[in-house]
Design a protein around this ligand. Structure first.
Ligand SMILES: [Zn+2]
Length: 322
């Protein structure tokens, strides 16, 4: 089964372009593991956030936009060095073209819109670079929005006016909006202002696992009715309340079934969060993803499994293209 995964942090593990790089550096979603897992496309997130650690980025890059560029260049270098197995895709037709050539596709995304700084035109730059999915926020307030939070007051705050402008510009440009990490008030503003289907690239169901990073039933339904997709996140804290760091296939399938029951199977996808979360996977890493597919196949028809594994996400990308 082909796989499209909407979120990993693997590009952040490439340190100063040292060998062996992302092809075989042993992280969960390195290219060799993606290949072994039968991936069609992997989203690679650039993470440049004001309050995050930057052990992978030189200290001489003070602006978040500059940090963004540094990580983007690392991504480009990885594409150049591994052009025999993977290539950047800027559209769904690129994905299909790459597939014909026997290549996996890499789609550039942003996790935390903070590198926009205070200039809406930076979005044009992101688009030129091939960014096709834009996460408005991570876990800290930025110029666009407020993050998910245990604090009900923060959770309810609307998008900032600059965030509303960004939503409109992202729609115009053909960059998909990503609401993972966003607070509830912001989510509902995206619903209101976005004219295109959007994504929660790596968020599960709050009704099953009550974590503010997950989406409520009402949100899942709203996302689905806009034609959007939420990506099954493999982080144990978003999947269960056992308190251990183990993620089983059954944990993932339970959320898939729940989300499909609430919002329809057309709104479910993968957003593994590989290399962005501390977890133990009995199925090891991206190379073992077909074990999740097998577990899904026990609960869903084949045509539904295809939707979850790749078709739903490609549909949202396509519907956002200019
Ligand atoms: Zn994240």
């Amino acid at each position: 089964m082909k796989i499209v995964d909407m979120h990993c942090d693997s590009i952040m593990t490439v340190k100063f372009n040292r060998e062996p790089g992302l092809r075989s550096n042993g992280v969960d979603a390195c290219f060799d593991n993606l290949k072994a897992g039968g991936y069609l496309a992997q989203f690679f997130a650039i993470f440049s956030s004001a309050r995050a650690k930057y052990e992978h980025v030189p200290k001489t890059t003070p602006l978040l936009y500059d940090r963004y560029k540094w990580i983007r260049n690392a991504f480009y270098n990885e594409m150049d060095a591994n052009s025999d197995i993977i290539a950047q895709a800027r559209s769904v037709s690129d994905v299909l073209e790459n597939e014909k050539r026997g290549l996996m596709s890499a789609i550039l995304t942003i996790e935390d819109g903070a590198p926009i700084e205070d200039d809406l035109d930076n979005l044009n730059g992101f688009y030129e670079d091939g960014v096709r999915v834009f996460g408005l926020i991570w876990n800290f307030e930025n110029p666009l929005a407020y993050p998910n939070s245990e604090d009900p007051e923060i959770m309810a705050k609307p998008l900032k006016p600059f965030g509303v402008e960004a939503v409109k510009r992202l729609n115009e440009l053909g960059i998909v909006i990503d609401v993972s990490h966003l607070n509830d008030g912001g989510f509902w503003d995206v619903c209101k202002y976005s004219e295109k289907p959007f994504l929660a690239t790596h968020s599960n169901a709050r009704g099953l696992t009550p974590h503010p990073r997950n989406l409520t039933d009402e949100q899942l339904r709203a996302l689905g009715s806009k034609g959007g997709v939420s990506g099954l996140n493999f982080c144990p804290y978003f999947l269960h309340e056992r308190g251990d760091k183990v993620t089983t296939a059954d944990d993932i399938v339970a959320h898939a079934v729940y989300m499909a029951n609430v919002a329809g199977v057309d709104s479910v996808g993968f957003g593994t969060d590989f290399d962005g979360t501390e977890a133990f996977f009995p199925f090891r890493n991206a190379a073992g993803i077909q074990q999740i597919v097998d577990a899904l196949s026990k609960k869903f028809h084949e045509s539904e499994v295809e939707k979850i594994c790749y078709k739903n996400v490609l549909r949202v990308l396509k519907e956002n293209e200019k």
